[in-house]
Design a protein around this ligand. Structure first.
Ligand code: PGA
Length: 249
């Protein structure tokens, strides 16, 4: 499976930071064996597409409806219209701050797919849930409710992002990542059949240039969703390079 390396800029990035996008784009073009993309603030997507037409850009969320009276929201069709090729949905920062439910995340995924976007659906447990021994149960329940019945690798990737690892510099052990990714793999194969073997499962949460090679070598880790370390070429490029050498499973 080709690795997918996706940056999530969150609420960071003004026009001046497009220079960093340019430096990242230059490296991405030299590594066609990795599927790299940047999920930018919606305000930057059209500008980035205009300046760097060979690179894939995405949004970080979309509304479930195509248009309407939803002040401040951006629809999947609007992202596609701006030139986005993909979007994240169900990131834990939105699940928590915007109280998004699994059902809503599923509707957003369907809308994004309908607009022709690839979709990254995020799941992940909190630290309290892990400490209570409930991580797998929580993640698999989120996954079950957040994915529509016609999931396929043609349009969908899953990102496992333990909430306590996001932006903290803390990363689960190799064994814990391996166990969760295997559990997710088994669940999607049980639900979707053979297509479950081809759906990418990304790891997210404090991935950086130092730990990427080890994380990307874990079975069923088919790529990464990277926040802080995707904001500059200096930090993001080593992750893309690690993906080129990581074993494909
Ligand atoms: P982080 O964020 O790499 O800064 O931990 C990952 C994410 O939230 O997608």
């Amino acid at each position: 499976m080709r690795k997918q390396i996706v940056g999530n800029w969150k609420m960071n990035g003004l026009t001046a930071q497009l220079d960093d996008v340019g430096a990242i784009d230059a490296v991405v073009q030299n590594h066609p064996d990795v599927d790299s993309a940047l999920c930018l603030p919606a305000t930057l997507i059209a500008k980035a597409v205009d300046r760097f037409p060979r690179m894939a850009f995405g949004g970080q969320d979309c509304h479930a409806l195509p248009s309407g009276a939803h002040t401040g929201c951006v629809s999947a069709m609007m992202l596609a219209d701006a030139g986005a090729q993909l979007t994240i949905v169900g990131h834990s920062e939105r699940r928590m701050a915007q109280c998004e439910t699994d059902t809503e995340v599923c509707r957003k995924a369907v809308a994004a797919r309908g607009a022709g976007l690839r979709v990254i659906v995020c799941v992940g447990e909190t630290e309290a849930q892990r400490d209570a021994g409930r991580a797998e149960e929580i993640v698999l329940a989120q996954l079950h409710r957040s994915l529509p019945d016609d999931a396929s690798d043609e349009w969908l990737s899953i990102a496992y992002e333990p909430v306590w690892a996001i932006g903290t510099g803390r990363v689960p052990s190799v064994d814990d990542v391996a166990a969760m990714h295997e559990a997710i793999r088994n669940a999607i194969v049980a639900r979707f059949g053979s297509t479950g073997h081809t759906i990418h499962i990304l790891y997210g949460g404090s991935m950086n240039g130092d730990n990427a090679a080890a994380l990307l070598s874990i079975p069923n880790v088919d790529g990464g969703l990277i926040g802080g370390a995707s904001l500059t070429a200096e930090k993001f490029v080593p992750i893309i390079e690690a993906a080129t050498t990581a074993p494909a499973d």
